[in-house]
Design a protein around this ligand. Structure first.
Ligand code: 1HE
Length: 264
């Protein structure tokens, strides 16, 4: 079961709301934002607390590292049943983030390793500052992925790359991470939050129903056989385009009141 956080533990993850944008910060820099069960529980609570006015969230880490992954001090006295409970506690929170109502942007710097990479892989848009590096040191620690990484990181970069990273301890830098799909953007040091706010504004301006379909239908379709995927897509397309908001937005374009799509 999840730990019940003491009031003092609520500072482990901070939540700040500015209009439609929530900023959620892992705030345990003295332990390099290692993910203890209390941190995971606070993360869950922050997402659960988001009011309907919030349309997009940013997840970041305080200090020079995004996250050093699993809090290894919690492993020392864990038995078999604790291990399963532990993984399932992470799965529940990470699934709620990935398949939630609000798109989530990650700002990544320094270590994005082990469970930190597992967390990053459930975020929808990942911005890496040049200092970011990605690794899966579980092999070196004598353990295995346990926060969904064998599923989510493998879906991002393919299972052969995950195998090689875990076997050899290969540390992937920000540029390589960008090239293979761990990050969507690489930005100069200290620029991650500015970029995240810029993208958040664009995401918040989308129709909420489109964002819902992107977060919830796309990953489902990716796992369906083609015939099912096409049907899911057609159903989702029909639902989104029949909403009054879609009609309004399409008419705005046809009446020359909406922005055109320009080159990058
Ligand atoms: C920690 C952790 C942690 C730091 N659990 N306490 N993750 C890892 O194997 C990565 C382990 N961490 C590191 O390699 C380094 O700490 C960093 C490269 C991330 C940062 O280095 P540095 O020099 O800035 O910091 P530091 O001095 O190593 O760490 C500062 C403190 O944080 C220190 O504690 P202190 O009491 O001596 O000050 C560290 O012990 C502590 N700390 N990382 C606990 N991870 C769901 S399954 C997922 C499986 C995994 O995630 S395995 C990968 C675990």
């Amino acid at each position: 079961a999840l730990n019940v956080p003491t009031p003092d533990e609520t500072r482990l993850v901070t939540l700040d709301i500015d209009g439609p944008v929530a900023t959620i910060v892992l705030n345990r820099p003295e332990k390099r934002n290692a993910l203890s069960l209390s941190v995971i529980e606070r993360l869950r609570a922050c997402f659960a607390e988001l009011p309907a006015s919030v349309r997009v969230a940013i997840v970041a880490g305080a200090g020079p590292h995004f996250s050093a992954g699993l809090d290894l001090s919690e492993l020392s006295d864990a038995d078999t049943a604790d291990g399963l409970q532990h993984s399932f506690a992470w799965y529940e929170v990470f699934s709620k983030i990935q398949f939630g109502r609000v798109p989530v942007i990650g700002v990544l710097q320094g270590a994005v390793v082990g469970g930190g990479l597992e967390l990053a892989s459930c975020l929808h848009v990942r911005i890496a500052e040049e200092s970011a590096y990605f690794a899966l040191p579980e092999g070196q620690r004598g353990i295995f992925l346990g926060g969904g990484g064998s599923v989510r990181v493998s879906k991002l970069i393919g299972f052969s790359r995950v195998t090689e990273m875990m076997l050899t301890g290969h540390v992937v830098d920000a540029r390589e991470g960008h090239a293979i799909g761990l990050a969507h953007y690489v930005v100069p040091p200290g620029e991650g939050m500015r970029k995240a706010r810029e993208l958040a504004e664009r995401i918040a301006a989308n129709a909420p129903l489109s964002n819902f379909a992107i977060l919830n239908a796309l990953p489902l379709i990716a796992e369906q056989p083609m015939s099912h995927g096409l049907m899911t897509e057609a159903l989702m397309a029909t639902v989104t385009q029949s909403a009054p908001e879609a009609k309004e937005r399409v008419n705005a374009f046809l009446n020359k009141r909406a922005a055109k799509v320009g080159p990058a």
